[in-house]
Design a protein around this ligand. Structure first.
Ligand code: NAP
Length: 343
């Protein structure tokens, strides 16, 4: 592999209008940042990218829990990287780190902030650091246990259940003794739910009527609904919520590419009649739970009680197409990309 002389980048070329497209991004070659760093900074070489549906929201010019990605900036996204130069004793040269380093080969990470780089423990592979030991699993953990207050006797519904967050949410519910129903797209992903992740039942939203299947599978109602999808899936869950049930709003991927969000849910009165609650959350507000969550996840993965899937694409040139896989359902587990020429 010839010595790299440029910093390959994927920039946000324009704000997506509705459905995000490969043409919303453009390739750019920038100089590799100089290693004369200010105190506290590190220069990292990205090795693997992790893709998150939330990145789609950061591309819109709307106020959120993170500022919008600027036009002509490298797209903000998580990566595992090696520290190649350091002016910060917390991150020595050669260390492996995870952070929001963006769609580029090299990045200078500033001194500590909310999204400060995290050093990766010895023996943890990049696909684990971005996958089962990454933000998606931590989100499932706090969403299920803290926000959702999962109970052993609960009948639990998880949408987006075969994905990175959903598959861990399903397994945590199962491990805590709940009865779990998962919703996913297609027979293959539904098979993962029941055979690999231990769900009691799976609903294929592409070929089945979710609302009527829920009626058959949960005649006494859903006590806890962990929703990653929104839209008609959320409405179906609300229509079957049990008395004093809890709905945890983790995400709403079905609407992320809507130019004009559809009105709804149309059946909110059901929350009143069922004395049910619905609450959104963001992982960033629960960072104090990470040590406990990580300890549990490590133990569950080591014992084989929690399984996970990663979908590793290759080639820096394929970054936008890989991101689009999240929205077509093509992703087969946590969506990742190994950067060619990085090692
Ligand atoms: P993911 O599930 O690994 O990947 C996306 C999956 O969503 C796709 O594979 C597809 O699976 C499904 N999907 C895509 N479009 C859909 C649609 N229109 N209707 C139904 N399903 C659709 O992604 P993830 O990282 O685990 O994220 C899941 C959700 O959690 C997202 O909404 C994300 O924004 C949210 N999240 C929230 C937080 C937080 O702090 N609140 C943190 C991380 C993630 P199928 O093949 O089954 O359709």
């Amino acid at each position: 592999m010839p010595l790299q002389t440029v910093n390959r980048q994927w920039l946000l070329a324009r704000r997506p209008e509705g459905q995000v497209r490969a043409g919303d991004f453009k390739r750019h070659d920038a100089p590799i940042p100089a290693a004369d760093l200010a105190a506290g900074e590190i220069l990292v070489r990205n090795l693997m990218f992790g893709f998150d549906p939330a990145q789609r929201g950061w591309m819109d010019d709307v106020a959120s829990y993170m500022p919008p990605i600027a036009i002509d900036e490298p797209v903000r996204g998580s990566a595992v990287a090696r520290v190649v130069a350091s002016a910060n004793p917390a991150y020595p040269e050669g260390a492996m780190v995870r952070g929001l380093f963006g769609w580029q080969d090299y990045a200078v990470a500033a001194r500590s902030n909310e999204a400060a780089p995290v050093q990766i423990a010895q023996g943890v592979a990049p696909e684990q650091a971005l996958g089962v030991f990454g933000a998606a699993s931590l989100t499932a953990y706090v969403g299920m246990l803290d926000v959702g207050r999962l109970g052993a006797g609960d009948c639990v519904l998880v949408s987006g259940a075969a994905g990175a967050v959903g598959s861990i949410a399903v397994q945590i519910a199962r491990l805590r003794g709940a009865r779990v129903i998962g919703i996913a797209g297609g027979p293959e992903k539904c098979r993962w739910l029941t055979e690999d992740y231990g769900a009691d039942a799976a609903i294929d939203y592409r070929s089945e009527d979710v609302r009527s299947r829920l009626g058959a599978l949960a005649p006494d109602g859903i006590n806890l609904f962990f929703d990653n999808v929104g839209g008609s899936t959320l409405e179906a869950g609300i229509s079957h919520i049990a008395r004093f049930g809890r709905i945890v709003l983790c995400g709403a991927i079905a609407s992320y590419n809507d130019a004009h969000p559809a009105p709804g849910p149309r059946n909110l009165m059901r929350l009143v009649s069922q004395r049910a609650e619905m609450r959104g959350f963001i992982l960033l507000d629960h960072l104090d739970r990470i040590p406990t969550a990580m300890a549990d996840l490590r133990q569950w993965v080591q014992s084989g009680e929690v399984r996970y899937r990663v979908d590793i694409q290759r080639s820096f040139e394929a970054v936008p197409q890989t991101f689009l896989r999240l929205f077509s359902g093509a992703s087969q587990g946590k969506q990742l990309l190994r950067i060619d020429g990085a090692e």
